[in-house]
Design a protein around this ligand. Structure first.
Ligand code: ZN
Length: 656
């Protein structure tokens, strides 16, 4: 199992080590590697500490594993060496630190590991030999384009992905990036988002309770309901690539095409839908527009892979051109047309794989097995309004044998182990989508069967509060941790949950915990009997933080000034009975898949750390003191409860 602090999997410490001072020479030709180490060294460096103990003279980054390195790994750690481009080796047993890897990316990960070692240690790197490698080649996150207000958090989040050694970002484009040839797409996108974002949950009413046909979810949080310029996107892509993160643009095609159909209603498959989401695949204009869009996106991203969406394809055979066509052919022909277009440009094609599966799921509300994915679905009630009967949907799953075998499958129906065999048995490259290892039973065996890895997803605003709430920050850390641990399996999940929680907390609060005490933070240990249901904030359902406000810490200063620090349930505190080790408190969510106890805790971890003892959980949280009282002498901090139907227990308050 991984340690509480993110460390290389194989690490043998042989001595106290030395100090890494800013005067240490960092030898590499790669600027980003140099700056990762330099920034970590500078973070907590204090001039007066420079002569305390011995220091390293050099940190040397070298390409290539030589025979001695491999022998050294084998003699210290046993038979663990694996040929792997991204693996790296660190030796710090003398007055130099040497990092080795076959690739630049591996050296970058070595630099990340050194940066982690410096956290909270007074800039000491122990004398040690270390080695690790990732068990899968595709590790990452899917998210939307950030709005302009969240560009700086986007970069922070990318830095976090690097800390957990991810290498793939799937970025959904939709209407949220400027189109030069078709500015009307952006204009209509903003109007569409303004309409759907009118109030929280409006999207759900439109999608699930209004029409007598199935509709796609609406991604109106993409770009925060607006769009950003190609130049800004280019800069984001550059930032990722500099950090060895492959950026895959997700260009929604066929389904989820509200962003195109609103601007060009003449290509919508269903003419009577005021919110059309599927283009007509028999209309030549559909591809003229789509390929122009693809060209612009390819120009901005310069990708090696393009993801073409294709999930939740419900609307087909409605227009006169398509009437009577087999859904298998409609689906496969569309995929193949786009595949061919990308293939001619030397690009690989990836897509959501649900429509290739003859799948079903258990629906607990009606105690029924329901067809899903690419299975044939007869008429059935609307999801949220049983009085509306929705039309049926023909099967598409047979199209799997009508598309190229090197199509990259983004497989998100992984709660059932059987489905991935459809792809693996055909030797199709397959990566898990919407992936969280916390829910992944039989992990080790399934990964070894040939899966390429997994990406977790944030289906909402790319902001710190939302990504923490939705557990995406946690999943990014957890998935990254287990992808680098060849021994991880589901049976050590609960301990791993706790160790990842601890690492995230220590990292998020690094300055408060390890920096000089400036009186800018309070550390509290608290818990509550309040038990609010958890729900994901996505698909047009917005977080109203006021609903979760349970009180304030009141900070009083000696000059009489006061400040209030709000405490939100689900952010810095959760329930006393929630625990990573107590699955029985969890409820099944409406997708039948998620334990709410684990989910609630995932949302809290980062700002707070849950600590369970004797079946009761308290939350260690670090809260920032508001700017207007910073620098004053604090004489008192107390908690003032504002919701009355619960108890809040504050164990301790400390000023940091
Ligand atoms: Zn049509």
């Amino acid at each position: 199992m991984k340690q509480e602090k993110l460390q290389p999997k194989y690490m043998k410490v042989t001595g106290e080590g030395r100090r890494l001072n800013p005067s240490c020479e960092i030898i590499t030709e790669i600027p980003i590697i140099k700056s990762v180490v330099e920034e970590a060294v500078a973070r907590f460096y204090r001039y007066e500490d420079r002569d305390r103990g011995e220091e390293y003279k050099k940190v040397i980054f070298r390409r290539g594993f030589d025979i001695e390195t491999i022998d050294c790994i084998k003699s210290i750690f046993g038979d663990v060496y694996v040929e792997n481009e991204e693996g790296y080796f660190i030796d710090s047993t003398g007055d130099e630190i040497t990092v080795r890897s076959e690739s630049e990316r591996g050296l970058f990960y070595g630099a990340q590991s050194i940066a982690v070692m410096l956290e909270g240690t007074g800039n000491i790197v122990p004398a040690m030999t270390a080695y690790e490698y990732p068990t899968v080649p595709e590790r990452g996150v899917k998210c939307y384009i950030p709005g302009m207000d969240h560009i700086s958090f986007f970069k922070q989040f990318i830095d976090m992905m690097c800390r957990y050694k991810h290498n793939t970002l799937l970025l959904e484009i939709g209407g949220a990036m400027e189109y030069k040839k078709y500015p009307e797409i952006n204009v209509e996108w903003v109007k569409f988002c303004d309409d759907i974002r009118e109030y929280s949950g409006k999207s759900r009413i439109i999608q699930e309770a209004t029409y007598s046909w199935r509709k796609d979810s609406m991604h109106v949080e993409n770009g925060d309901g607006g769009y950003i310029s190609q130049d800004v996107v280019r800069e984001l892509v550059r930032y990722c690539k500099e950090r060895y993160i492959n950026v895959i643009p997700e260009v929604l095609c066929l389904s989820h095409c509200d962003y195109i159909c609103r601007a060009f209603p003449e290509i919508a498959e269903r003419s009577n839908d005021p919110y059309p989401d599927t283009y007509c695949p028999s209309h030549p204009k559909s591809y003229r527009i789509l390929f122009d869009i693809l060209d612009e996106i390819i120009d901005v991203f310069d990708p090696t892979v393009v993801h073409i969406g294709h999930d939740e394809f419900y609307t087909y055979g409605k227009c006169p051109r398509c009437k009577g066509k087999d859904p298998v052919d409609i689906f496969a022909d569309d995929v193949n047309k786009i595949y061919d277009y990308l293939h001619a440009k030397g690009l690989k094609t990836m897509l959501w794989a649900d429509k290739f599966l003859n799948s079903s799921y258990y629906e607990p509300m009606h105690d029924k097995i329901m067809p899903s994915g690419g299975a044939e679905k007869g008429p059935s009630p609307a999801w949220e309004n049983e009085n509306i009967m929705c039309e049926g949907m023909g099967a598409t799953y047979k199209s799997i044998d009508k598309v190229p075998r090197d199509l990259k499958m983004f497989h998100w129906y992984w709660s059932d182990e059987e489905y991935e065999k459809e792809f693996l048995n055909r030797n199709m490259p397959t990566t898990y989508g919407n992936y969280n290892a916390t829910q992944h039973k039989n992990y080790k065996q399934r990964m070894k069967a040939g899966m390429l890895g997994g990406l977790c997803s944030n289906w909402s605003t790319l902001s710190e509060v939302i990504m923490a709430w939705n557990g995406v920050i946690f999943d990014t850390a957890f998935n990254g941790t287990v992808f680098w641990d060849p021994d991880y399996d589901y049976d050590v999940r609960d301990e791993t949950l706790q160790s990842v929680a601890s690492d995230l907390y220590n990292w998020k609060n690094m300055y408060a915990l390890h920096g000089e005490r400036t009186g800018n933070y309070i550390r509290v240990k608290h818990t509550t009997t309040l038990d609010m249901p958890y729900s994901l904030m996505h698909d047009g359902v917005f977080l109203d933080r006021n609903e979760y406000l349970i009180g304030f810490y009141i900070v009083t200063c000696d000059n009489g000034r006061e400040a209030k620090i709000p405490v939100h349930y689900g952010e810095s505190i959760s329930g006393i009975n929630e625990s990573f080790f107590n699955e029985t408190t969890g409820n099944l969510m409406n997708d039948g898949n998620i334990e709410s106890s684990v989910n609630k805790l995932k949302g809290v971890c980062y700002q707070a750390m849950p600590v369970t003892k004797d079946g009761k959980t308290r939350y260690d949280a670090i809260l920032k003191i508001p700017d207007h009282v910073r620098g004053f002498n604090i004489t008192d901090v107390r908690f003032e409860q504002t919701v009355q139907n619960c108890e809040v227990m504050v164990e301790s308050i400390e000023i940091l």
